[in-house]
Write a new protein. Sequence first.
Lengths: 172, 199
Amino acid sequence: MSGRWSDAELLERLLNDAEQGVAGRAPLDGEARARLVELERFLATCRSALGEEGAAASTSALAERVLGRTTREDLSWRGDLRLVGTYVRDRLRGSLLLRVAAASLLVHVAALPVLAYLAFFSPEPRVRIGFVPWEEQYPPPIVVEDEAPPRPLPVPEVHEEPAVLEIPADDE
Amino acid sequence: MKETWEDDRDPLAALREGDSGPFEAFVGAELPTFLGFFRRLGAGRAEAEDLAQELSLKLYEHATTYERQGRFAAYAFRVARNLWIDASRRSAGSRRRRERDPEGEERLDRLADPGAPEPGSRLARAEEARRLRAALERLPERHRLVFELGVMQGLPYHEIGSVLEIPVGTVKSRMFHAVRKLRASLGEDEEPRRGGVPA
């Protein structure tokens, strides 16, 4: 009895049986054999088109890096230095923030001797470095004593007289 | 004498015995394989290099505790797959599936070199390769892994099952679906035959 072969079974024949060296499978009929050939061609196309992903890359430098950290590891101080350098380089390459921080550190370290020269050796020291007494730096605050409430001002007595209008008499 | 990498000379077992030759040969010979593996799964060039390097270092570090169970290639791919899963989780949600690959596109363009013989077929092949790459990226990761290990790396089904920790039946099913979807992307898909014995 011949059965119809599914694509999954044909794929298994192509991919699994050849690798496993499986023998004794039922022979394929003409139609199944044609589909097997199509599948084989398609898989060959895939391998050809996709197989260049890794092959084209230059891996010798990568292999050297790997071996330098494994079987050919330098156990002397040079190897330690190289390891630290590789680590720092990899971390810097992977983080923009770290690169900015490293650049800032370099600028500060480079600027420090310049500032020190200006501070200590310029003719007119622009910077005075020393200790300022606490009282001079922070003078005590002005203490305002509580004043007695103001006394009322003396006000002289005022006698008010009603004002009388003197109307001159008419001369008759 | 230059050592060669052969599957029956387990590099890690040799390392434990003090012989670093097989491991060095393995690294030299198989780094492009793993680079391609990670690239086809969706890693960019720099990330694929980092992962391939991390894989080699992990294998080296595991030499002291390694116990041979089956082929070394299957063990190495198992470690590679775990590294890929960890990397995917670390960058989940922010991963670009593939960074632009100017060299790859240039390679494809060279295939379409107008000075080469039969430019029509070269262009068609370049276009086919481009569509295949795009289709592979669209595959679900579980299908892409099975396709990669079975078709590109040539592992048998039971080793794929061992690497991915899935039954062989699942491997068959995922391989079928992966190939069907890829063929559909190239317009080759006829009605897929799921099989069954005719009544």
